[in-house]
Design a protein around this ligand. Structure first.
Ligand code: LUZ
Ligand code: MOS
Length: 745
């Protein structure tokens, strides 16, 4: 059960927008660039300033410290100093007495702008040399020498689109001035320490002047790993300058237009096979549409390369990638972090190859599946491989063969409705690829009455990390979870924590909590021995009275009841100069089969059934993990099916609300989801034998694309397109236009 469930249901959970505010709090709204590329030669805020309730307008000139929020690469000003690189780029901040007055005032800004032609396509940007950071190449063997030995060599391209995070809670922050220079900032961020650091640098203060507190987020999905920072910093800047508390919550329509999404990718590949369908060589070039600033894009690009070979062994491979600067909002982290974009390309290659070679797509997937002892292109050995185990259990449990046959039979009997079935094996590396970020923190206090409070570096965003940490601590002490409260993440209790990201929030901070709990437990046990205390837990029966007595006695015996622990993932490293190493603590595995039905006259389809075998390790909380699998799956399906994020060549974003951007709803989502866990699957490399579950299930969604595509092929053999998302509209145009829909979306 999710830690927050009861209060969520009762409406008692407090998000930033629900917080009672100090008297005199000002409300902020952001004035943004109307132009995708240009220079603001004159900004006129006089009408803004005379608008009802307006307190002040803050611009780049008012920033006391460094006007810079880029963390990996310092290429992103907090507020434009004149140059604008995308529509929606923050230019000024308005403070007013109410949210409405602030929002009405921002519309009254007047700009004179010298405009330039924007670039929105990554290949075009690449040709112009507009790349951010170094171009990267991962390679093993030498494909160049292999092509001539291949029975089949196939070339192709694949495109995947942006995806809006659609967190229910939009970006939000409240900054409250304290004594002297101090600021207390409530931020809806996955990365409290980053927010603290950037605020300090922008305001020219010490990090010890800034306290960032995060109770919970209303969803994040990567969208608040880096992109929550700007709004928290703006609120802090407003508070610093006005001396009053400042609240900034983005309206949905603005959040959807000005904050980053999943990166669109354009990719070209060449793949070589043996007669039997073994992949002998693969080269691929990924053009990442990075947007106007680096944000986390260089790290996302890296994870694309780590997942370029997906769940397959490829002896000779060269994967290249570049961050291509365009005049769109800086794209950012999103569940999977570039992995899905990489994996979509090789699945496209296998799907295309199947027809040419005459071996079914699923057979090609099986023939090339990773095995124990294989080598990943980045040099890590495939250990504890569960790809085949998942496949075997899935074929036994679900009988995929019959599913393919049923679709075939149905398609031979029906001319207008077609069924598709497709399988997606997944393999996802767990750890931050930037090795140093793999650190977890926990501070554990047992109070005199025997209740327990835990502060951890992890941020709860609905993914259930608090529940896992609660169960880990309960498991160590052998006490009921109800005795344990998980506190808000706060930079004064757990400092310098990494973003809760890369699926490893529970791995890292849960492990730290376990270590902290174990160190207190040892002291308590010693104390009990010394004082001849009976055990507080016999045969799984917890005796609260004895526990209370022991803890109270331990306090009066001057035994410390608090512990702080720090955990670092052991034995991982990555050498960027050779692009080789052992970057991941372990890999998550699984497999999904997705059945779809397509109405070939309208292009409408349904996702009928998803059958999954997932490797959870020893699950800490199965309900939480099932929630992550279902949520990730549906979000992945959304990415490749109905979620079409649109912008035009002027850099204008056309999808800015739920009316024009569709996420899967209860009707359009999946009818049946069956989930089976791999058994005897203890994971030696994470806390309590568990496995990270946040991102991997997203990848299952890719099967929906190829399932629908195979249904299309059953109607019109030559329909083949690798351009996600495969919206019903796109399906329709593809089936009915002679140019295969190429000139239509
Ligand atoms: N964030 C990050 C991530 O900074 N590094 C990563 O490797 C990562 N992977 C997945 C999701 N977020
Ligand atoms: Mo990340 S995509 O915030 O794990």
């Amino acid at each position: 059960m999710n830690y927050d469930l009861i209060e969520h249901v009762k409406g008692g959970s407090i998000y930033i927008d629900d917080k009672p505010l100090p008297k005199g709090t000002l409300h902020a709204a952001v004035i943004t660039s109307p132009s995708a590329k240009g220079l603001i030669t004159k900004a006129n805020y006089s009408e803004v300033l005379s608008s009802t309730g307006v307190y002040s307008v803050i611009t780049a000139d008012d920033i006391p410290g460094d006007n810079q929020i880029g963390t990996i690469i310092k290429d992103e000003p907090l507020l434009s100093g004149g140059e604008v690189d995308y529509i929606g780029m923050p230019v000024a901040l308005v403070l007013a007495d109410t949210k409405l007055n602030a929002l009405l005032a921002v519309r009254k800004a007047l700009f004179e702008i010298t405009e330039h032609k924007p670039v929105v396509d990554p290949r075009t940007a690449y040709k112009k040399g507009e790349i951010i950071g170094p171009e990267r190449t991962f390679s093993m063997g030498n494909p160049k020498e292999i092509w001539s030995t291949c029975a089949y060599v196939i070339e192709g391209s694949a495109e995947s689109g942006a995806q809006e995070h659609f967190y229910l809670e939009t970006q939000a922050a409240v900054a409250v001035p304290g004594e002297g220079k101090r600021l207390l900032v409530y931020s809806s961020t996955q990365a409290p320490a980053t927010v603290q650091k950037v605020i300090a640098s922008v305001l020219d203060l010490g990090m010890n002047d800034i306290e960032v507190d995060v109770r919970r987020l209303g969803g994040a999905f990567g969208g608040k790993e880096d992109q929550a920072t700007a709004w928290a910093v703006l609120a802090a800047l407003g508070a610093k300058i006005s001396g009053k508390a400042v609240k900034l919550v983005l309206p949905r329509s603005q959040d959807m237009v000005i904050t980053g999404k999943r990166h669109p990718y354009s990719s070209d590949y060449k793949i070589g096979f043996s007669k039997e369908g073994k992949i002998l060589a693969y080269t691929v070039m990924f053009y990442q549409n990075t947007g106007a600033a680096a944000d986390l894009s260089t790290a996302v690009l890296e994870r694309t390369l780590f997942h370029a070979a997906a769940c397959y062994y490829i002896p000779d491979i060269t994967a290249k990638a570049a961050c291509c600067r365009t005049n769109l909002p800086p794209f950012t982290a999103f569940r999977g972090f570039g992995g899905p974009q990489g994996m979509f390309v090789i699945e496209s290659a296998l799907f295309k190859a199947a027809d040419i070679i005459g071996i079914p797509y699923f057979e090609l997937q099986k023939i090339n599946l990773l095995k124990e002892g294989d080598i990943f292109p980045y040099g890590q050995k495939v250990l504890n491989c569960r790809a085949e185990k998942c496949l075997t259990l899935a074929e036994k449990t679900y009988d995929f063969k019959t599913s393919f046959k049923e679709a075939e039979q149905f398609n031979s009997l029906n001319s207008i409705r077609k069924k598709g079935f497709s399988v997606m094996p997944i393999c996802f590396g767990i750890s931050f690829t930037n090795t140093s970020l793999n650190q977890g923190f926990a501070l554990l206090n047992i109070y005199q009455d025997g209740t327990v409070g835990v502060s951890a570096g992890a941020v709860e965003m609905g993914q259930g990390v608090n529940r896992k940490i609660q169960l880990i601590v309960a498991g160590v002490f052998q006490i009921p979870p109800e005795l344990i409260k998980i506190e808000a993440s706060n930079t004064t209790r757990t400092a310098n924590s990494s973003a809760t990201a890369a699926s490893c929030g529970a791995d890292l901070n849960g492990k730290a909590a376990e270590i902290a709990a174990l160190s207190i437990l040892t002291r308590i046990q010693n104390f009990m021995k010394e004082k001849n205390f009976r055990s507080y837990s016999n045969d799984g029966q917890f005796n609260p009275e004895i526990w209370k007595k022991i803890i109270s006695a331990a306090y009066w015996g001057q035994s410390t009841l608090s512990a702080f622990a720090h955990y670092v993932t052991p034995d991982i490293y990555f050498d960027k100069s050779t692009e080789k190493g052992d970057p991941f603590a372990y890999h998550a595995y699984g497999i999904a089969g997705i059945q779809t039905s397509l109405d070939c006259l309208t292009g409408e389809y349904t996702i009928d059934k998803v059958q999954i075998v997932h490797d959870l390790g020893n699950s800490i909380d199965t309900a939480v993990d099932i929630g992550q699998i279902e949520g990730g799956l549906v979000q992945g399906i959304g990415w490749v099916t109905v979620e079409e994020f649109l912008f035009n060549e002027n850099g204008r974003i056309l999808t800015n609300n739920c009316g024009n951007y569709k996420v899967p709803d209860t009707k359009g989502s999946v009818d049946i989801i069956e989930i089976e866990f791999l058994k005897d699957a203890e994971n030696p490399n994470a806390v309590f034998g568990s496995k990270a579950v946040g991102e991997p299930p997203f990848l299952y969604g890719i099967a929906a694309y190829f399932s629908i595509l195979s249904a299309m092929k059953a109607y019109k053999k030559e329909s083949i397109l690798f351009n996600a998302p495969l919206t019903p509209e796109k399906v329709f145009f593809n089936l009915f236009l002679s140019d295969n829909g190429k000139n239509k979306r």
